[in-house]
Design a binder for this molecule. Structure first.
Ligand SMILES: *Cc1c(COP(=O)(O)O)cnc(C)c1O
Length: 420
């Protein structure tokens, strides 16, 4: 690259980039600053963000309320170990999340990354049965899902996505099946679960949207069928709301649309408004009760060094303030309507297979995945940050985006695809 700053030229030799074949990939763009829905590149160009930094920056970047809360926390205490000590931000966050989530989802284990919160949920599920004298070590998971990149979570991702073949022998062997999408599928799933129940600690799923697996949607009934099958078979249900949580699908949580109470819910990404690594595994009282005992062996033996990071929890509390102060359901709905109207014309292009929108998620699926890589620089040239993957071009914009900026995003998709 020409015109890149010295820190870029020197450091790029030493950094290892995510999901990237570094020999052949287009070099990453140096970013200088962010503000609202805009990313400013080092050379001064501004891009309107259509991705929200992997769906995390729900309130846009550098929101003054979040930054002020973090600055105040930074002065008082950036962090303190959570073993034997607690602090206001973590306890406040826990009681607020317990109040926001349905039913008796009341106990919060606060970690750093989404993957770790899923690992914690899986560990809780397995130990829940151990503490009750039963050994169950397997998980039921679904084709097309994504739950993280660590070895434990890889073993509940779609095997093709996670390249399970390559890692065979290293990954736990779990039970893969199809999401129940109709009454017949629900019956098949219930029967499958019943047969395998003696080995299965929990079923794990993403609710309403399989995000990183390709932005594939399902209905609230699917979640209800899974909950019913879990109840009938005596198996726990883990719902991974890391992508869907905090209004991405229209309601605060995707499970709100199904009216179900999972045994564990995982949250991250928009939890902190995209400014700090923070995740939570929230468990029902019934799960916590199985650990609450005089026997020290029945405790949950888990505790990341930076768990309940005070600065991150302060950011999350400020993020929750914003979700409470303004009507985010209305914001997501307005985005949904606008994307439906403005992405629909893409459906008439020859290279487009389908267009779909749910909440603040807009997807244009292409006929040919091989054209994706060539699209990326074209979006940048249009002044937008849109990062297609596999065969889809998608938008998950900050929920505070103004209609004119959203029109710029949808218009760029139409323009780039019609010229491709
Ligand atoms: C992003 C994501 C994860 C993993 O979170 P990390 O913070 O990247 O570890 C897990 N599940 C879902 C549904 C996600 O979207």
């Amino acid at each position: 690259m020409t015109g890149t700053p010295t820190w870029y030229d020197e450091g790029i030799q030493h950094i290892w980039l995510p999901y990237t074949q570094m020999k052949t990939a287009t070099p990453p763009l140096p970013v200088k600053a962010t503000s609202g829905v805009r990313i400013t590149l080092d050379d001064g160009r501004e891009l309107i963000d259509g991705i929200s930094s992997w769906w995390a920056a729900a309130h846009g970047y550098n929101h003054p309320h979040i930054l002020d809360a973090m600055k105040a926390q930074l002065d008082a205490m950036p962090h303190v170990m959570f073993g034997g000590l607690v602090h206001e931000q973590a306890l406040k966050l826990s009681s607020r999340l317990a109040a926001m989530l349905p039913g008796d989802l009341n106990r919060c284990f606060i970690a750093e990354s989404g993957s770790v919160s899923v690992e914690v949920a899986m560990k809780m599920a397995a130990q829940y049965f151990m503490n009750r004298g039963e050994r169950r070590t397997k998980f039921v998971h679904f084709r097309g899902t994504y739950h993280g990149d660590t070895l434990g979570t890889m073993a509940v991702c779609d095997p093709e996505e996670g390249m399970h073949g390559m890692f065979k022998g290293m990954l736990a062997e779990n039970l893969l099946t199809d999401l129940p999408r109709d009454a017949e599928g629900a019956e098949r799933f219930a029967a499958f679960l019943k047969v395998n129940a003696p080995d299965v600690a929990a079923v794990i799923t993403e609710p309403l949207v399989q995000g990183a697996g390709g932005m594939v949607f399902h209905t609230p009934e699917t979640l209800q069928w899974i909950r019913q099958a879990c109840d009938a078979a005596g198996v726990l249900m883990i719902v991974d709301e890391i992508f869907t949580g905090f209004y991405r699908t229209g309601t605060c949580f995707a499970i709100d649309q199904a009216g179900i109470v999972p045994d564990m819910v995982t949250l991250s990404k928009a939890l902190s408004g995209g400014v700090a690594p923070l995740s939570v595994c929230v468990a029902r009282d019934t799960i916590f009760d199985a650990f609450y005992d005089d026997d020290p062996m029945k405790a949950l033996m888990h505790g990341p060094t930076y768990m309940a990071h005070a600065l991150g929890c302060a950011a999350a509390n400020a993020s929750l303030d914003l979700f409470e102060r303004e009507d985010y359901e209305a914001k997501a709905e307005a985005i949904q309507h606008q994307m439906m109207a403005e992405l629909a014309p893409c459906g008439f292009l020859d290279n487009v297979k389908s267009v779909r929108v749910k909440g603040a998620i807009g997807v244009v699926q292409l006929e040919d995945a091989s054209m994706i890589e060539a699209l990326k620089p074209k979006f940048v040239a249009e002044g937008v940050w849109i990062r297609p993957f596999r065969d889809i071009v998608y938008l998950t914009p900050p929920l505070i985006i103004e209609p004119a900026d959203l029109t710029k995003l949808t218009g760029s998709i139409y323009k780039v695809l019609s010229e491709a």
